[in-house]
Every structure is written in structure tokens, then in C-alpha cells.
Design a protein around this ligand. Sequence first.
Ligand SMILES: [Zn+2]
Ligand SMILES: [Zn+2]
Length: 408
Amino acid sequence: MPSTHSIAAEPMAKPSAKVTQDRVAKLKFWGVRGSTPTVDRATWRYGGNTACVELTTPAGVRVILDCGTGLRMLGRHLEVSPDSEKIEPHIFVTHYHWDHIQGIPFFAPLYAEQNRLHFYSFRSEYLGADSLKRVFEAQMAYPYFPVDLSAMSAHREFTEVNGGDHLQVPGARVTARWLNHPQGCLGFRFETSAGTVVYATDNEPGNPKLDQSLMELAAGADIFINDAQFTPEQLATTRKGWGHSSWAQGVKIAEEAGVKNLVLFHHDPDSTDKAVDVILRDARGKFANVWAAAEGMVMTMGQENLDVVIPTVREGLRRDAHFRAKVTGLTDSGRAFEEETVISDLTLHGALIYLGHSPKLQSELQVQLENPGIGGASNSPLRLRGYVVRIEQEADKDRTAVGIVFTE
Ligand SMILES: [Zn+2]
Ligand SMILES: [Zn+2]
């Protein structure tokens, strides 16, 4: 998660029942942005690092999907994790565009000789045999990088993967298929005992053969991570032929292929958080179980329900307050609700509120503060638009703790 702007992260206990670790598969998003990293403030909520997703299989083995700039943060995390003595991930690189490889030279585990890294990628017609090895050499060649390749002392293995291949990593059966993207790109399907994840980023629909192939790759997936860089309007006009997709195409595949959860991924660098909110809202209007990938988001499969957690980053000074507020929104099951509550923990960016209803994660709430007393003796209510970033069921009470970010 973006540490540069997190003043106070809120550690909240997880509500889900204890499950044995070997039954679950866990997905964590370290980079969700497409094309190039973004650092402008308007993109912080979803995050600015480029593609990198971590999948922990029920066998406890770590699979890394793509090596965008999010890989740097994952490397730092691995260095301090309990199993850091020997880091042995299986790393799948979908293709060689910058946003999928740029994190490699900054992945700290590559510089420690006890680590073993297993890379999988395709043979590019532009790079020839050992394509990914050549990418390593090129990235670290003078004068592009200050450190010599010989400093990368970790043991590295490279496996060439082709569209249509099946392979096995501990805890997951893997299938690769070609996607429709300039200079080629692979989509991957991971079948585990806890559920199936399909990672299909960087794809433009419109090639009947490849569209059908993607449909087969996504069939019945519990989680389908799909390129949603452009709006349907952009995809039909100015961005046609750029190699990317829209939420509407993702929804179409999700419906036809019987996908349970769709994750919109590879957000455009020019999409602000508010623009992604709109994309998500539009998508949810057509398909209920859609999520917008956010940096730090964790999805756990293999329990009764899919568990989704988004890290809360609270910015700004926190103030104790006592505002009566009327909150309206949609519950997890899509029902509209309205209720009164008291806000006692408030910043200029967000609040923690307690509700009897359980709103849907990543949905919008209207919050009307009664008697805000802002600007003197004003008695007119203050209307705010909030966005649900955190849900926690209070185990012994009849209420839900809801973390919201104010967007207007
Ligand atoms: Zn990309
Ligand atoms: Zn690409």
C-alpha cells in the first residue's frame, strides 16, 4: 500500500471465522494501474503502482503475477515476513511492456543468494530465446541502471510458456492462453482447491478466436481479474486498437462464462479515483459482484463467502466529534437503506461510523450531517458523499463499523 501518504492506517480485527490456512487461497493486489505509475493525489485511493498481484495457493506457495512497480513493495514485505529466510516465489510475467516489468530491478529478494525465483513467460518474436533473461539484461544495461546484473545473486530459473500450455505449481494447476494485445500477452488461469483465479489483463476484445479462448479461460472462475482501462465509449472511439478493454466487456465475459466475481484491473493513469468510482458504479449496475482493484486489497477464497478487505488509509487530522447524521446507501444485498447515526470520529477526508445496516464495500453513501456548526451558527445540514472503504461486522453487537472516505 502507498506508504508515502498514510498518516494513520487503521488496524481492524478481521471478523471472519478462523479457517485453516491450507484450505484458503489469498490474492493481494500490490499494483493495479496500467501503462505507467501515477503519483498524483487524485489516484491515491485506488493506488498508482503498475501491475503486480500476489496469489498464495492453498499449499502456501507464493505466485506473483506481473512485475510492475508494485513488485517493489511486495519485495520489501517478503523481506520481513516470517518465511523470509528463503524466498521462493513462482513469477508469471504476462508480457514485456514497461508496466509489467519495471519493478524487476527493484525487487529486493533478487539480491540475496539464498533465494530461488522461478520465472514463467513467453518467447517474444522480438527478443528470441530466453526472452525474459534478455529483458533482465536490457533493463540493467549501462547507462539505464546503476547496478550491474551480477549483483542479482538469487538463483533464477526461467520457464518458457506458450498459449495453450498447462503446468503445475504447488497448490495450483495453471493454464495459459493468448490474449489480443500488441506484441502478444498471456492470460493465466489458476485452479486451486480453494477456488479458481483467472488473471487476464491487457486484452482488447474483437478477435473472435481470442475472445472465445478468453471465454474458455474464464469459465466458472471464482475471481476473474480483467483489463478495464477504458470506458466503453473510449473503447469504441478514440482508444480503439490500443490493446485494452472496458468494464462492459468484462461484464459480458463474466456473465457468459459464469464468473462469480469480476475484478476491474489496469486502471488508466488518467483515471482519477472518482473516475474509477464511476466505472465501478456503472459495472455494478449490470453485474452485482464487481470489485475495482485497489492497492492493498486482499481477497480470500475457500471460506463460505469470498472475503474482501481493503486497507483503510486515514489522512488528515482526526477529530473527536458528535454529529448526528442521516446515512443513505445500498446494503450488501443491493437494498436501499436510510438510518440515523452519530459520527464521533471524523477527519476532513473520512469518518468511521456505526450502522445497523451493512452497506456494500466500494459503494457510495450519502451522509447528511445535522447541525454541523461549520462557519458559525449555521443550522443547515451538511450533505457529503462518502465511499465505503472498510466494513467490519461487530461480533457481539448488532452493528457494523463502516470506514468511509468523503469524495464530495
Ligand atoms: Zn499493461
Ligand atoms: Zn501491455
